[in-house]
Design a protein around this ligand. Structure first.
Ligand code: 8QM
Length: 403
């Protein structure tokens, strides 16, 4: 039976707040409820249409024509609301405007650049892991490792000045909170927004960036006319927004996964080449980026229902990555599975342009650890960090036995 266009009779509804502290602490029960309620659920609290099943999340991600990004990929609808910062030329843009900046970043973060970084990052990871292990058998994996390594290697690769780098994580944390509703998490970040945004904008200027690095490469692309000089600083800003918190929390996810799955750690020790697969499986399992929104460009039919033109669609990437319709034993962190096809990096034209950078960072850290650490376990309760978009850890106390 087909419903009449414009009627949404029998569309399941839910008044859950996906951005409440209770859900952020443990989103899995809500995710299951939304998946089981149906292919699409109306979330009454925010008047948005939610997809929690893999099929619909994947379909929405690849359908940029019906589900646009240019009206914002957070709850805020740029058709009616002023964005908190000039929109990203990549994340918050649709074709054709999206494509030139995307092409530039694809090349800047491509295989050639990564080949130049691999040896250095491998040595940096080994040095950091040696430092941490020398400090004792117990440490905090977030404080000492996962929040340290990306900040040691990524800003240098961008060519960012040394001063003020402590601003990167707070800026990113706020940017990811700002995709959600204006709740207490956003309010807590608001006092520093002007200061942090001004610092980021200043650091994206050509004169502020090193002559070699991703930043300089982006500016060089503007010299070649691939993007305009006005676009260059905003493309650099995308690196600084998307490249730090995500890799910290991705690394935290994989370390927490191993600390709670000792048999998988043994598998990695025996076969360190599993490091890359392990990271992707952790990105599936934890989904450090939990959610993104789209906006319907017309009345869009989804199954028997209709998403009205201009309304917001909330895609639960984390829920899709644990959908039993797509994954066997979805809740298991399992190095014998093939995690490819997960939507933790998105899918389609906006799929994470920095994913190879993230994989290289995690490969360097995991390989260094696997060579030295015989066993890895929690030494106390891990503590969540709440963010409207990110699934994150504040603290992961671990105990290791070295080889
Ligand atoms: C999320 O500013 C940006 O272009 C940007 C910000 C955040 C992301 C991506 C891009 C997905 C990691």
């Amino acid at each position: 039976m087909t419903a009449t266009l414009g009627t949404n009779a029998a569309l399941p509804t839910d008044d859950v707040d996906p951005f409440s502290h209770e859900v952020l602490e443990d989103p899995l029960p809500m995710q299951e409820a939304l998946r089981e309620a149906g292919p699409m659920v109306h979330l009454t609290r925010y008047d948005v249409y939610a997809f929690a099943r893999y099929e619909q999340v994947h379909a929405a991600l690849v359908d940029w024509q019906d589900f646009q990004s240019a009206a914002g990929v957070g709850l805020s609808n740029f058709r009616h609301e002023e964005p908190w910062r000039p929109p990203s030329l990549l994340l918050e843009a649709d074709p054709p405007r999206h494509d030139a900046p995307r092409r530039v970043l694809t090349k800047v973060l491509g295989p050639r650049a990564l080949r130049r970084l691999r040896d250095r990052w491998t040595a940096d990871a080994e040095a950091l892991v040696d430092e941490v292990l020398a400090s004792g058998a117990e440490f905090d994996a977030v404080r000492d490792l996962t929040s340290v390594f990306p900040l040691r290697v990524f800003p240098d690769a961008v060519g960012l000045g040394r001063e003020g780098r402590e601003n990167l994580l707070p800026y990113g944390d706020h940017a990811f909170n700002a995709f959600g509703p204006a709740n207490d998490l956003v309010e807590r970040g608001t006092p520093r927004v002007a200061e942090l945004s001004a610092w980021v904008a200043d650091r994206c200027r050509r004169e502020a960036l090193a002559p070699v690095g991703f930043g300089a490469d982006i500016w060089a692309a503007s010299d070649r006319g691939e993007i305009t000089p006005e676009m260059a600083p905003l493309v650099v800003r995308s690196l600084l927004t998307a490249g730090v918190d995500t890799t910290v929390h991705g690394l935290s996810a994989v370390l927490h996964a191993f600390a709670t799955h000792p048999e998988e750690w043994q598998r990695l020790r025996v076969q360190p080449s599993l490091a890359r697969l392990a990271f992707d499986e952790a990105v599936r399992w934890e989904s450090p980026v939990q959610t993104f929104f789209r906006t319907a460009t017309s009345d869009v039919r989804v199954g028997d229902h209709v998403v009205p033109d201009g309304s917001k669609i909330l895609m639960f990437l984390g829920a899709a990555n644990r959908d039993p319709r797509r994954w066997t034993r979805p809740d298991a962190f399992d190095l014998t599975r093939d995690p490819s096809g997960h939507v933790g990096f998105g899918m389609g034209i906006h799929q994470c342009v920095g994913q190879h950078v993230a994989r290289l960072e995690s490969e360097a850290v995991l390989t260094a650890l696997a060579r030295r650490v015989r066993s890895l376990e929690l030494a106390g309760p891990a503590v969540r960090h709440h963010n409207n978009t990110l699934r994150a850890w504040e603290s992961i106390p671990v105990r290791v036995r070295t080889a």
